[in-house]
Design a protein around this ligand. Structure first.
Ligand code: FAD
Length: 158
């Protein structure tokens, strides 16, 4: 099987879009990721999957903590910034939640402490124990078939 076929097949799984954030020695780093899922309710655990080529890998290994910011429909530009799809440097402001940098306007901010790391092939899975959560109302940014998408929200006729 060709790598392209695998990529295309996995791209048919529609997801939300997150930005993973962490800081090491006061320097904030963010990375766009859609390999995120909830793992356990009791205890509350999530997982992210980081490419071995990503700068984020060593940052999380050092900090042993990360935040997952689930993006709202109007945050595609942020996703592009933190995926390196917009080349010029942009200033991004961060809020703080449980001593981690988080993105204002995200639908959900989840902060985690790393409790396990599994290297699997060319990615590393970081299991995070959830330490805090902040939730806002709104519509999500979606990703499907290698493209950003939005939910089609039907106007309610009252
Ligand atoms: P860099 O390439 O150094 O950083 C990424 C970008 O973020 C750079 O442009 C940098 O300037 C900017 N940036 C970082 N910190 C800041 C800051 N504090 N202020 C302003 N800008 C900043 N990769 C995975 O490993 N796992 C995934 O699950 C995953 N899912 C993805 C989903 C989507 C929809 C997309 C588009 C990409 C995904 N990627 C994923 C790829 C990943 O986002 C890119 O490869 C990314 O460039 C890797 O980031 P990096 O840690 O190497 O850091």
């Amino acid at each position: 099987m060709e790598a392209k076929q695998f990529r295309n097949a996995m791209g048919k799984f529609a997801t939300g879009v997150t930005i993973i954030t962490t800081d090491v020695d006061g320097e904030v780093h963010g990375m766009t990721a859609n390999a995120f899922m909830s793992v356990s309710l009791d205890p509350k655990l999530v997982v992210i999957s980081i490419d071995e080529r990503a700068q984020m890998l060593e940052r999380i290994r050092k900090s042993q903590k990360y935040a997952v910011n689930i993006l709202a429909a109007d945050q595609q530009e942020l996703s592009m910034i933190f995926a390196g799809q917009i080349k010029e440097k942009k200033e991004v402001a961060f809020d703080r939640l449980s001593d981690l940098p988080v993105l204002n306007g995200a639908l959900v901010q989840v902060t985690c402490e790393v409790i396990a790391e599994h290297i699997e092939g060319d990615h590393t899975l970081f299991i995070g124990k959830v330490t805090d959560i902040q939730v806002e109302d709104g519509e999500p940014l979606l990703y499907f078939g290698g493209k950003y998408r939005q939910l089609l929200v039907e106007e309610k006729i009252l």
